[in-house]
Design a protein around this ligand. Structure first.
Ligand code: FAD
Length: 344
């Protein structure tokens, strides 16, 4: 590994390794953790340092599986805190486990997914450690002096800014699911696992988990990882017309989504929103009906392999980045397309 020549202040020299938090979601590793391992690998190689996975969980098979998966997706080593108190996510024991690990082993860079859990944990870890955190990054790189260059949209998505945590360590960042590409899975065996104990008791935790109420609607929406997404925008004119989007989605085995105004009008639930303040998607096929293609929408969909736009206005901004443009009335076109697929 060549590594970039780093000129760090003396008190930063103890900080090493890129860490990626491996998030467990109902016993499964969240795919954003693998995307971050892929990105973390690139940063670690540029800096000539190692990539570590951080696994926090109860003593069980799912936690061991998370350790194995971290190695399979490129980690050089894993820091593991196994404790019954880490069975369900609660801010206090997870923050305690993570900050103790950081204070002991001093990572240079700490990456988490910008999921509900990751956002909660990253904020409290950064404030406890008094370090900088750049949220919702779209690009990560290493600057000439070895600092993390964390880029994210700003001013409502009209500008991109690159943020440096120059005077603090670790340099923390969160990245939304699907923003980074998924690295290939390897058959790398489990390597070095460094275990730590959680020094906290149930009595010290003020939150208790009484149970889980899964929102069935939200549980079904898997937009971020869907292969095909059909989305509707204000051009559809009414909440009733959104049925046309759902019908096409059902006919072609797609998830359905929408632009932000439809959520604001209460026509669709928030977890169906695509874009800067909604979900980032990377489907093989994205069909946008009656969506103008504002920059805040574009940043959430431009990673799609094929974008098909249906819009009455030939000058709509969406035609600037769509691969296939259909200038027509979506209210008439969608049923015809659905019927064509249903007939096949
Ligand atoms: P419009 O811009 O009103 O476009 C409707 C389109 O439909 C037009 O192009 C029109 O030509 C076309 N049309 C009309 N009739 C028909 C018809 N019969 N058939 C076909 N086409 C037709 N937006 C998001 O989507 N996601 C976000 O995450 C998001 N985050 C934001 C964050 C911030 C901070 C801000 C300021 C804005 C955000 N927005 C977001 C809003 C964004 O700026 C746009 O206002 C929004 O995307 C527009 O939605 P739309 O394309 O559905 O509506």
């Amino acid at each position: 590994r060549a590594g970039i020549k780093r000129e760090l202040p003396e008190h930063f020299r103890d900080y090493r390794h890129v860490w990626v938090f491996i998030e467990l979601e109902r016993g499964e590793v969240h795919p954003v953790s693998f995307e971050l391992l892929g990105e973390g690998r690139k940063l670690a190689d540029k800096l000539g340092i190692q990539l570590a996975g951080i696994v926090l969980g109860p003593p069980c098979e799912a936690t061991q599986h998370a350790v194995a998966e971290a190695f399979a997706y490129g980690a050089d080593l894993v820091y593991l805190v196994e404790a019954p108190l880490l069975a369900d996510y609660r801010n206090e024991p997870f923050t305690k486990a993570m900050t103790d690990l950081v204070n002991t082993h001093k990572p240079e860079i700490l990456l988490l997914g910008a999921t509900t859990l990751g956002r909660d944990l990253a904020g409290s870890v950064a404030t406890t450690l008094l370090t900088g955190l750049t949220a919702d990054c779209t690009e990560l790189d290493v600057d000439v002096d070895g600092s993390l260059a964390a880029t994210r949209p700003t001013f409502g998505g009209s500008l991109l800014c690159t943020i440096y945590t120059l005077n603090y360590r670790p340099q923390m960042a969160t990245v939304r699911p699907r923003v980074m590409a998924m690295p290939p899975r390897t058959d790398k065996p489990v390597g070095r696992v460094i275990r730590h104990k959680l020094s906290m008791t149930e009595e010290e935790i003020i939150t208790k988990v009484l149970g889980f109420n899964l929102d069935r609607q939200s549980a079904k929406a898997n937009l971020a990882y869907a292969d095909i997404v059909v989305a509707g925008g204000l051009g559809l004119g009414s909440a009733e017309n959104l049925q046309l989007v759902k019908n096409l989605a059902r006919a072609i085995g797609a998830e359905y989504g929408c632009s932000r105004p439809l959520v604001q009008k209460g026509w669709m639930p928030a977890d169906r929103q695509v874009g800067q303040t909604g979900k980032t998607i990377r489907p093989k096929l994205y069909i946008a009906a009656g969506i103008s293609g504002a920059i805040q929408h574009r940043v959430g969909v431009e990673g799609a392999d094929l974008i098909v736009a249906i819009n009455t206005d030939p000058n709509a901004p969406i035609f600037e980045f769509a691969h296939l443009g259909i200038v027509t009335d979506a209210i008439r076109f969608l049923p015809a397309l659905t019927e064509a697929f249903t007939r096949r």
